[in-house]
Design a protein around this ligand. Sequence first.
Ligand SMILES: Nc1ncnc2c1ncn2[C@@H]1O[C@H](COP(=O)(O)OP(=O)(O)OP(=O)(O)O)[C@@H](O)[C@H]1O
Ligand SMILES: [Mg+2]
Length: 306
Amino acid sequence: MREKIKNLKIGVLAGGSSAEREISLKTGKAVEDSLAGMGYNVIKFDLDENFFDELKKIDICFNALHGTFGEDGKVQGVLELLKIPYTGSDVEASAIAMDKIKSKIIFKYYGLDVPDFFSVKKGETKEQIKNKMQNLPFPYFIKPNAQGSSVGASIAYSVSELYSALEDAFQYDDEVIVEEYIAGREIQFAVFSGKPVGCVEIKPNDSFYSYSAKYTKGKTQYILEPDLTEEEYQACEYASVSAHASLGCRGVTRTDIILSDSGKANVLEINTLPGLTEFSLVPMIAQKKGIKFGALIEDIIEDALT
Ligand SMILES: Nc1ncnc2c1ncn2[C@@H]1O[C@H](COP(=O)(O)OP(=O)(O)OP(=O)(O)O)[C@@H](O)[C@H]1O
Ligand SMILES: [Mg+2]
């Protein structure tokens, strides 16, 4: 048991009302079980009517939420106001990271490679959309601006596919991002406290790393020692550490990258509250580096107190 946190009442906040509620509950349970197993004083609570009462009982909040309200700076704002320390990034970094358009603009400003894109707001006419398409050749990758878990995401090879993809994505957000489709290898890279941890290569048994590829056992192959050249590894490491730093992230983040055949590490997004079930990618990467799940959770809590 770590001295610094052993007398604290640790509140694990999980669930919430986002499309990723079920995943958050799994992250929350894994964190709670691990902390309880190590003998810490832990309680689990949700973003429900008891939320404010529960906050009065805790010394630190382990944020196990994903998506809207939990990962976008809103809950972080409440915790700041109440002066309760919490895990993960602050209000500003969380809000920007959740917004794929704004974060891509910042990544680009810092010289990182990002897919070309345009965005479409709900209610825009076909004429307006056609104008934006002029500068971006097919195929496209379409996704809601502020979602996770590949909800509402799809590939389009034609105008009619683009329209139906937009319709689908608009179910989850009023703003949708249309990116150039990048062919290549998918690498996800974990950064902790500004330092690189390691990566995993994702080989989904689908045309992309879709919701079902993410959460159905056996649908994706995870390669923890990907066959990357020194240059390729460095490119992914540099992109992830820079993406983390460019938004001023804290704690653990996971940057999703497509490494194109030319060796470019295209940053898709940064996740400020990556999944932390024992089968999630960050714990898998940490484990490979000799950091056990429990130690990772303790590290994250200690980092939130510094
Ligand atoms: N421009 C692109 N070109 C090719 N594939 C893409 C592109 N953008 C996204 N993808 C595919 O879609 C997946 C989901 O995209 P992204 O990571 O941007 O969104 P997400 O839904 O927020 O994911 P997460 O669950 O990691 O939060 C990626 O892992 C990748 O497989
Ligand atoms: Mg992603």
